[in-house]
Design a protein around this ligand. Structure first.
Ligand SMILES: Nc1ncnc2c1ncn2[C@@H]1O[C@H](COP(=O)(O)OP(=O)(O)OP(=O)(O)O)[C@@H](O)[C@H]1O
Length: 342
C-alpha cells in the first residue's frame, strides 16, 4: 500500500520537478535526460540496478553536485540558481550520513540545532523530543559509533528533522538493515508523510517501493524506463493470469478439456488462463464458466509483481529483496507472481 493514499496526486503542487536532466562522468553518460514530477506530500521511489544513477539524481537535487544539462526545481527553487534556498527546504540522509561517531547521539543532535541557529533552550527541547520519537533516549549519552546500523539511520533522520524540512531525500535508507529495523524505518517514513513531508526515496528493494511509494520510477541506461504507481507498472508487462483450482479430478479434467489456451497443472488440479486481471475479462470468464457448467473450488487472480516489472524494464538481475538484505543478486523468475485471492 502506498504511504499517502489521499495525497500526492498530480493536482498537488510539485515538490520536485526535473526536465531533461543530464550528467556525465568523462565519456560515461549517467543521466541522459531525466523528467520527473513529484507532487508535494507524496512518497516517490527511484528504483534502479547498481550504478544506474540513483545517487547522482539525489546529489543533483540536493545541490551536492551540478547537472550538465536540463533543469531541476526543488521546493519551487531552481537547484542551479538558488541552491541555498533548496538546501533550506530539504533534508538528506543516506549513503552520505551526517552522523559523527565520536560524539554522542545527543551531541550530534545539538550540533545540528546549532547549525540551524536554534536558540539553546529550543535546541535542547527539539533534541529531547526527536530522540524520544526515534527511540534513542536511552542511547542519547553514548557515542554514536556504538550504535547499531538501525540506530544510526534513526539518528541520521532525527538530525535531518531538526531543520523541519518539507522535502526529505532518503538514499537507500534501509540498505543493510535487518527486517525488524527495516520495518521500523518504514513506520518512520509513513509518519513523516502523514505530517505532510514529501519523501524522495531511492531503493534497491522492490518490496520497499511497493510498500511505501505513491509513484515509482525505474531508472535504466540513464533514462526513466517507466514511471507510475506500483499497480500501473505491473500492468505494463505481461504475465498476469487467472488460476482455477479444483478438488475433484473429474471436474478438473472436464474443465481442462473444455477450456482452451490454458496451462495445466495436473498435480495441483489447477488451470492457468492468461489474463490482464481486469474486471471485464474476469466477468466474461465467470460467465463462460457458468454457461459451461464448470465450478472451480478456488479462483485467484495473479498479477506480475515488481520483480517481473524490474526485470522486464531493465533487463537486469533483480535487486536484493527486502526480507533478505544480504542475499546475492538473483536472476528474476518469470513466473514469480503476486497472488490476490478472490
Ligand atoms: N564522482 C564520480 N566520478 C566518476 N564516476 C562516477 C562518480 N560518481 C558516480 N559515478 C558513476 O556514475 C554511475 C552512477 O552512480 P550512482 O552512484 O549514481 O548509481 P546508483 O544507482 O546510486 O548505484 P548504487 O545502487 O550502487 O548506489 C556509476 O557508474 C558510478 O560509477
Amino acid at each position: 500500500m502506498p504511504t499517502s493514499s489521499r495525497k500526492g496526486t498530480h493536482s498537488s503542487p510539485a515538490a520536485v520537478t526535473t526536465v531533461g536532466l543530464r550528467k556525465s562522468y568523462g565519456d560515461k553518460t549517467v543521466l541522459d535526460g531525466i523528467d520527473l514530477r513529484i507532487p508535494a506530500g507524496s512518497v516517490f521511489a527511484l528504483l534502479g540496478p547498481n550504478g544506474a544513477g540513483k545517487t547522482t539524481v539525489v546529489k543533483i537535487l540536493s545541490t551536492l553536485i551540478t547537472a550538465d544539462g536540463g533543469q531541476a526545481q526543488v521546493a519551487g527553487h531552481d537547484v542551479g540558481a538558488s541552491p541555498d534556498k533548496v538546501r533550506a527546504a530539504i533534508g538528506v540522509t543516506g549513503q552520505f550520513s551526517a552522523v559523527d561517531g565520536l560524539i554522542t547521539g545527543e551531541e550530534n543532535m545539538l550540533l545540528m540545532a546549532d547549525l540551524h541557529h536554534l536558540p539553546k533552550a529550543e535546541g535542547r527541547r527539539v533534541t529531547a523530543e526527536l530522540l524520544e520519537r526515534f527511540d534513542l533516549t536511552d542511547a542519547a549519552k553514548k557515542p554514536a559509533h556504538t550504535y547499531s546500523g538501525g540506530m544510526k539511520r534513526r539518528l541520521d533522520i532525527a538530525m535531518t528533522l531538526v531543520g523541519n524540512p518539507r522535502i526529505i531525500f532518503l538514499d537507500e535508507p534501509t540498505t543493510g538493515l535487518d527486517p525488524r529495523s527495516r520495518h521500523t524505518m518504514w513506520g518512520i517514513i509513513r509518519e513523516l508523510v502523514s505530517d505532510g513531508v514529501t519523501v524522495f526515496l531511492t531503493t534497491q528493494y522492490l518490496e520497499e517501493a511497493d510498500e511505501l511509494a505513491d509513484r515509482i520510477a525505474v531508472l535504466s541506461n540513464g533514462r526513466i524506463a517507466a514511471e507510475g504507481t506500483a499497480d500501473e507498472l505491473k500492468r505494463q508487462i505481461p504475465g498476469g493470469h487467472i488460476r482455477l483450482r479444483f478438488s475433484d479430478p473429474a471436474v478438473y479434467r472436464a474443465a481442462a478439456d473444455t477450456l482452451h489456451e490454458t496451462t495445466r497443472d495436473d498435480d495441483a488440479l489447477a488451470l492457468r488462463i492468461p489474463s490482464d486481471g481486469g474486471q471485464r475479462e474476469l466477468r466474461s470468464l465467470l460467465d463462460w464458466l457458468d454457461s459451461a457448467g464448470i465450478e472451480a473450488d478456488e479462483l485467484t487472480v495473479h498479477t506480475p509483481d515488481l520483480n517481473d516489472v524490474f526485470f522486464a524494464l531493465t533487463g537486469s538481475t533483480v535487486p536484493n529483496q527486502a526480507n533478505e538484505p544480504n542475499q546475492p543478486h538473483e536472476p528474476s523468475r518469470p513466473n514469480n507472481f503476486k497472488e490476490t485471492a478472490r
